[in-house]
Design a protein around this ligand. Structure first.
Ligand SMILES: [Zn+2]
Length: 311
C-alpha cells in the first residue's frame, strides 16, 4: 500500500494528537486549588504539595474586603477545590466570584467548597447582630479568624485532609500520610509554643478588630480595648480618646494591629499612653517573607514579637 504525502501528513497529526493526550493524562492534571486566604494556601501546600495552589489575598490585604477581579474569577473557574474561611469572612466577595465563575465544583454544598470555620467551634457569636455592611464586619456567626488558634488549625487540617481524599481519590494515600505527618509535627510544635509563650500569660493588650482573639485566648493574653469603634470600622479620633481615658490608669503593654491595618491610630494611642505601651504590628497570616512564609514560622514570629513587647 502506497502512502500519499497527505496520508503521511494526517498520520503525523494523529500521532501528535495521541502523544498530546497521553502526555496530558500522564501529567495527571495537577489539582487546582483556590484559597481565599494565605493561611489556607499554606495548609493545602503542606497536605497536597503537587497541587497548583493560588491565594486570592495576601498578608497586606484586608481579607474581609477585596475586589472580585476577573483574574480571581478565572482562577475559581478552573478550581477543583476552594478553601476559604467562611462564617461571613468573605461575604463581601466570595459569592460574587462563585456566581461569575459558574463552576459547579466550588459552589456552596459541593465537596469542592471547603470552609474552615465549619470544622471548628467559633468563639463570640453575636446572633442579634444584623450584619448589614453598614454595621461593619460584625461576624454574627462567631469569630472566623480561626487559623490563629493552632489547636483549631489541627482540626481544620484533619478535615481538609479528608476533603482532599474526597475530591481527588487517586491521591488519597498521599493525602492521608501527609495529614498524619502534619498532625504529629504540629502537635509537637503546639507543646513547644505553649512552653515558650508561658511568660505571655496575663499580658494586657489593646488591638484593632477581633483578628487575634483566638491567639489571645490560647496564650492567656487579655485584650482590654478594641481600636475599632464598630467591628471593621477603622479607629476614629473620638474613639481613640475614649480608649485613652479608659486605659490610662493601667496601660496595656502593646497596641496591636495587623500587617494590613493603617498603623497611625495605634501609634497615636501608644504615644499618648507612653511607656511601656508600644505599637506591635503583627502578621495576621502567612506572609511572603521567611519565617512567616510557612504556618509554623508564622506562629514562631507571633510569639517572638509578643515576647519582645512583654520584656
Ligand atoms: Zn474579622
Amino acid at each position: 500500500m502506497q502512502h500519499t504525502p497527505s496520508d503521511r501528513k494526517s498520520g503525523f497529526w494523529r500521532i501528535a494528537l495521541v502523544a498530546c493526550t497521553l502526555w496530558s493524562a500522564g501529567a495527571a492534571h495537577a489539582l487546582s486549588v483556590f484559597a481565599c486566604e494565605p493561611e489556607w494556601a499554606a495548609l493545602v501546600r503542606q497536605l497536597a504539595p503537587a497541587a497548583d495552589v493560588r491565594s486570592a489575598t495576601h498578608a497586606r490585604q484586608d481579607p474581609h474586603h477585596i475586589e472580585a477581579r476577573p483574574g480571581l474569577i478565572a482562577q475559581l473557574r478552573r478550581a477543583d477545590l476552594a478553601v476559604c474561611t467562611g462564617a461571613g469572612m468573605e461575604a463581601g466577595w466570595l459569592p460574587t466570584l462563585q456566581q461569575r465563575a459558574g463552576n459547579a465544583r466550588v459552589q456552596d454544598g459541593a465537596p469542592g467548597m471547603f470552609f474552615a470555620s465549619e470544622q471548628v467551634a467559633l468563639i463570640d457569636p453575636r446572633p442579634s447582630a444584623g450584619g448589614s455592611p453598614f454595621e461593619g464586619d460584625v461576624h454574627a456567626a462567631g469569630n472566623p479568624h480561626v487559623h490563629l488558634d493552632p489547636r483549631r488549625l489541627l482540626q481544620v487540617a484533619a478535615a481538609l485532609g479528608k476533603r482532599l481524599e474526597q475530591v481527588d481519590p487517586a491521591g488519597a494515600e498521599g493525602y492521608r500520610a501527609r495529614t498524619a505527618t502534619f498532625q504529629a509535627d504540629w502537635s509537637a510544635r503546639i507543646a513547644q509554643w505553649e512552653r515558650r509563650a508561658a511568660p505571655l500569660r496575663g499580658l494586657r493588650v489593646a488591638a484593632q478588630h477581633s483578628t487575634f482573639a483566638y491567639l489571645w485566648r490560647w496564650l492567656g493574653i487579655e485584650q482590654v480595648a478594641d481600636l475599632e469603634p464598630k467591628p471593621g470600622v477603622p479607629p476614629t479620633p473620638g474613639h481613640l480618646q475614649k480608649l485613652l481615658d479608659a486605659t490610662r490608669g493601667t496601660p496595656p503593654r502593646a497596641v496591636v494591629v495587623a500587617a494590613y491595618h493603617d498603623v497611625r491610630g495605634a501609634q497615636w494611642l501608644a504615644q499618648q499612653l507612653g511607656a511601656p505601651a508600644k505599637v506591635l504590628q503583627l502578621p495576621s497570616t502567612v506572609t511572603e517573607e521567611a519565617p512567616a512564609d510557612m504556618l509554623a514560622g508564622l506562629y514562631d514570629q507571633l510569639i517572638e514579637q509578643l515576647l519582645g513587647s512583654a520584656r
